[in-house]
Design a protein around this ligand. Structure first.
Ligand SMILES: [Zn+2]
Length: 166
């Protein structure tokens, strides 16, 4: 096993996964990455459906699904199996952009942040979305959200819809 190091002001962490070398949003406190970890955390019931690509077993820890559909990038399959809606976000200092819109038919939302290195991590804190301002072109498909009004004004000034560009 490879071990990575991360130093903060007061602590040195030993990390088993290079994912943790990326900056992780505070809202992802539980650091859940695997679909089964997330389902168990949310106390979602095992799926009654079958999919050839994934094997679900249930043990004392809850659901175990192999391989992990999130790692495999099979988001639609995961949504179908567990009646969930998987949204994916990217985050930089000033903006959060939704890069995947989850299933329109399922209401139970699972929000993930895509880290700089491509890893996905579950947003445990619902406050993550508080006070985010939407782009004026939201209805036309721009999914950018900003923390401050000033930043949003800057974005709005240069945001063009496909219609305006062509
Ligand atoms: Zn925009």
């Amino acid at each position: 096993m490879v071990v990575y190091f991360q130093q903060t002001v007061s602590k040195l962490f030993l990390l088993s996964d290079p994912m943790f070398l990326s900056k992780i949003p505070q809202a992802c406190g539980m650091r859940l990455q695997r679909l089964d970890q997330i389902l168990n955390y949310l106390e979602i019931s095992p799926s009654q459906k079958q999919h050839d690509g994934f094997t679900q077993t249930v043990d004392h820890t809850g659901i175990v699904i192999q391989p992990c559909p999130l790692e495999a990038g099979m988001f639609s399959v995961a949504e179908w199996l567990y009646d969930i809606k998987i949204n994916i976000w990217t985050e930089s200092d000033n903006e959060k952009v939704q890069v995947r819109l989850g299933s329109k038919t399922n209401n139970f939302e699972i929000n993930l942040v895509k880290l700089e290195n491509g890893g996905l991590i579950f947003i445990t804190d619902a406050n993550y979305f508080n006070g985010l301002l939407r782009c004026k072109n939201y209805q036309k498909g721009c999914l950018v959200r900003m923390k401050s009004k000033k930043q949003l004004e800057k974005h709005n000034a240069k945001c063009k819809t496909l219609h305006e560009v062509s």
